[in-house]
Structure formats: C-alpha cells, structure tokens
Ligand binder design. Structure first.
Ligand SMILES: Cc1cc2nc3c(=O)[nH]c(=O)nc-3n(C[C@H](O)[C@H](O)[C@H](O)COP(=O)(O)OP(=O)(O)OC[C@H]3O[C@@H](n4cnc5c(N)ncnc54)[C@H](O)[C@@H]3O)c2cc1C
Length: 451
C-alpha cells in the first residue's frame, strides 16, 4: 500500500490536548498533521467548557436580574432563542479560530477517523507515516445505560433550543449538577438523580454547598438512586420509573482509544492509555495526552493542555515531567465551588466567610467562604472556595499552593480593596488573630441566604 506523506508528528484529535501540542510543535518547526473525526476544538469548545460557561454566565445573569427586579422593581424579558443562537456562534467562532491558528502555525489538518496500524495511521482507508504519534482523542459519554433513542448526553446540551417543561438529569458529577442548575434557572422543572452523593470527588462540605444551592433553585435532588436504564423521556431505577420531556445522561465518560492502539505495545486500562511522567506510552514512538490518558486525577481541559505541553517539551528534547500537584478544579454552578491541592496533608485550617468582605456586601453575593489548609510546617498545601465568581480566587490559591507559600507570608500580602481576594488574606490574617470583622448586616441587596 502506497503511504502518503511522512510527518515528524501525527496528532490524532484537535481538542485542548491535540490543539495545544500541534500548535507548539509546528511553531517549533516540526511537520505536523492533525487528524480530527468531528469538530475542530474537541469536546471543550464544542460541547463542554464553552457551552457550559455560556449557560453558567447567562443563568447567573437571570438569577441576578430576578434579585434586582425584587429589590428595585426592574422589569424585562430575556429572549432565550437569541442566547442559544449566540452560544452557537461563539462555539463556531472558537472552533474555526482554533483550526486557523493551528494551520497558520504550519500544521496540516485532515478530517476523518484515524486507526492505528503497525507503523502508520490509517485515515478513512488512507495511510500516513509518522516519526512520533500523539493520541489526543479525548473521551465520549458513557452510554451503557441507554436502552432506547431520544436521550440527550451531556455533550448534546447545546442542541436543546428551548428549556423543556420537565427534565431529568442522570448523574451527579460536575456536568450533571451544572446542567440541572442551568435548566432550573431557565424555568424547567428539573429532577437530578444520582447513585452516590453529589460530586463525590469533593469533600462532603463542598457537596453540601452545591446541594443546598440546587435545592434553592428548585432542583429535585434524589441521591441514592441506582438507575438501570434510560430511554426517551423515561428513567428506570431500582426504585421505580420517572418520566420527563427531556432526559439528559451525564453518568460518566469513557476514553476514546482509537482502533488498533492495543497491539502496538500500548497498554490500556478502563480509564484509558497508560503513560509515564513524560506522557510516553510503552511504545517509544507513541505518546498520549488529555482525557484519553488513564489517571486517577481530574480529566479537564487545563490538565489536557498541561500534558500536551509536557509532550511538546519532551519531543523537543527537554526532559519534562507532568505535575499534578496543584491542578485546580472548579464546578461552574452558582455559587461556584472549587478546590486545589492535597487535603490529606492539612493539619490546620484558616477560614473566612465571604459575607464579611466589602466587595461581597456591595454586590450582594454574600454566600460562600474560603478555607486554606496548612501542613505541619505552616505551608499552604490546599485551598477551597465556594461563592459567586470564585474562579479567580481559585487561580490565586493555585499559585500559593504550588509555591507552598507559608500562611504567615501570605498574611503579609497586600491585595486590592475592595475585592473578593481580600477573603484570602482575610483567612490568613484571621488565623493569626489580625482580622477586623465588617458589620454583617449592612443595607445590601437581598442575597440567597436571606430567604
Ligand atoms: C458538559 C461538559 C462541561 C465541561 N466543562 C469543563 C470546564 O468548564 N473546564 C474544563 O477544564 N473542562 C471541562 N470539561 C472537560 C473538557 O471538555 C475535557 O477535559 C477536554 O475537552 C479534554 O480534552 P482532550 O483534548 O483530551 O479531548 P477532547 O476535547 O475530547 O478532543 C478529542 C478529539 O479527538 C477526536 N477523535 C477521537 N477519536 C478520534 C479518532 N479515532 N480519529 C480522529 N479523531 C478522533 C474527537 O472527535 C475530539 O474532537 C467539560 C466537559 C463536558 C462534557
């Protein structure tokens, strides 16, 4: 069989991992081919992060609007159709901008399903040779519960044009809780069913915070329900059956290991492809990054991009290892919930509630808190935050956790006033008895904890 052009690197998948590695490698002068079977940008741009953040921001605005309406008598109506259209425009723009960027960096992009053969890749029947191969094929929703048509997966939320009257979300992971809250805020009557407690990878106090918030938004949260099958408009569990206009399956994901991978010396387990710290598989010419990799930690876009950067550095001759020590996680509910670091190393806690920061009192988003965990030598090893817009607090906490800054040093840090960040230094100062409490009951906008 005649082989097509040989490339220094062939990258399968154009999600955050594939996109990042192919841009960096082409810019560094490697000849790169990117193979994509679906939409450029992968899950993150097309079905995951981008649509989710859009819905998060939109539904936060709606919720805020209702609070202001109650307080000041503002009246108005949102045209939801316009928002759905806008979400699709943003997704399409980011997808084509990503492809353009990769092509401008010098890579070629070809659409088709890649299959691994002995020492080449087959794309829809056409063979391509490579010097090195990066498998960045991500993951797809686990649909093993689906026993009939008409079920949406967590990747298909962007296809729903109007909020249904009733919805059942199956799965209590981050995608399930986010989707449940978005649609409850858009007016749907939502039931969330989950076998274990909500967000089992977070500490119970963080899960509780999310649960309270979902219940506040009217979501009927049903934990301990073992679902046995889902089909159009129906969810069957060991305790009976539930029906709704729309059923969304958000019950986990499976790695998308390309056909032919096993058999090339690459080891694969249930969580995905096994790699070493340099992101190399057992086959010296094959690398893997992103959701397709077997790992115990979180699978998210920023981890995928970090791993792809490690692949790039190693392919360029540097010796570089992946570092999962301080990878933040955030659930984009409202309030947001995030954590970073190793909670098991924590010996003492510094704590600060958001309702005593000036910034929160001004905006009215007073619910939530930050907690900073230190080890036996007083170094910051863990941080968590609950509250409106705490994502930037989580980024700041990630920097101090990664730097293992001492809490004492951190307490000397001067942050902007009035800003939410003052909750972080507030926690550190209060740990040393140096905080000054603000009066709690100022004339503020009604907050959710006032109900
Ligand atoms: C609802 C939802 C919300 C999310 N929100 C966030 C968030 O807010 N923040 C965050 O960090 N992460 C979020 N994630 C997770 C994030 O989307 C993924 O971790 C990330 O996309 C993984 O990147 P990746 O490059 O490994 O794979 P993917 O993005 O899955 O891309 C892999 C690509 O490979 C292609 N492919 C697969 N097999 C083949 C083949 N054989 N041949 C050719 N092409 C192939 C696929 O078509 C796909 O485009 C969310 C996910 C979901 C589902």
């Amino acid at each position: 069989m005649a082989l097509l052009t040989a490339y220094d690197v062939v990258v399968i998948g154009s999600g955050p991992a594939g996109y990042m590695a192919s841009s960096l490698l082409s810019r560094a002068g490697k000849s790169v081919l990117v193979i994509e079977r679906g939409r450029f940008g992968g899950v993150c741009v097309n079905f995951g992060c981008v649509p989710s953040i859009f819905l998060h921001d939109l539904t936060s605005v709606i919720s805020r609007f209702k609070e202001v309406e109650n307080q000041f008598g503002l009246e108005g109506q949102l045209r939801l159709g316009k928002f759905v259209q806008r979400m699709r425009e943003i997704r399409d723009r980011l997808s084509s901008a990503g492809e353009e960027l990769v092509r401008n960096a010098g890579a070629e992009v070809i659409y088709g399903e890649a299959e691994l053969k002995e020492d080449y890749v087959l794309i829809d029947g056409k063979p391509v040779k490579y010097g090195a191969l990066l498998v960045a094929t991500g993951s797809t929703p686990d649909t093993s519960l689906v026993k009939g048509g008409g079920v949406y997966t967590e990747d298909q939320v962007g296809e729903i044009d109007t909020p249904p009257e009733t919805m059942i979300v199956v799965g209590g992971g981050y995608a399930g809780v986010e989707i449940a809250q978005f649609y409850a805020r858009l007016g749907s009557n939502v039931t969330l069913v989950t076998e274990a407690r909500l967000l089992g990878n977070l500490s119970p106090r963080l899960s509780e915070a999310i649960k309270e918030s979902l219940i506040w938004d009217g979501v009927n949260v049903r934990e301990g329900v073992k679902v046995t099958s889902v089909k159009e408009k129906e969810v069957v569990s060991e305790s009976g059956s539930l029906k709704a206009d729309v059923v969304i399956l958000a019950a986990g994901r499976r790695p998308s290991v390309p056909r032919g991978t096993v058999g090339l010396g690459v080891v694969v387990d249930q969580r995905g492809i096994l790699v070493n710290e340099q992101m190399k598989t057992e086959n010296p010419r094959i690398w893997a990054a992103g959701d397709v990799v077997s790992k115990s930690g979180p699978k998210n876009a920023h981890t995928a991009m970090h791993e792809a950067t490690v692949v790039y550095r190693n392919m360029m001759g540097q010796r570089c290892s992946v570092d999962y020590n301080a990878v933040p996680e955030l659930v984009y509910t409202d309030p947001e919930v995030g954590k970073v670091g190793e909670e098991q190393s924590v010996r003492e806690w510094a704590y600060f509630p958001l309702n005593v920061t000036t910034r929160s009192i001004i905006t009215g988003f007073t619910e939530g808190f930050v907690r900073i965990g230190i080890d036996s030598s007083g170094r910051i090893v863990y941080g968590e935050a609950v509250g409106h817009n705490v994502e930037e607090l989580m980024n700041a906490l990630t920097i101090v956790v990664r730097a293992k800054m001492s809490l004492r040093d951190f307490s000397y840090t001067v942050l902007l006033h009035p800003s939410l960040g003052e909750a972080l230094t507030g926690a550190a100062k209060s740990f040393f008895g140096e905080d000054v409490d603000m009066p709690l009951k100022l004339n503020r906008l009604p907050a959710r904890d006032d109900k």
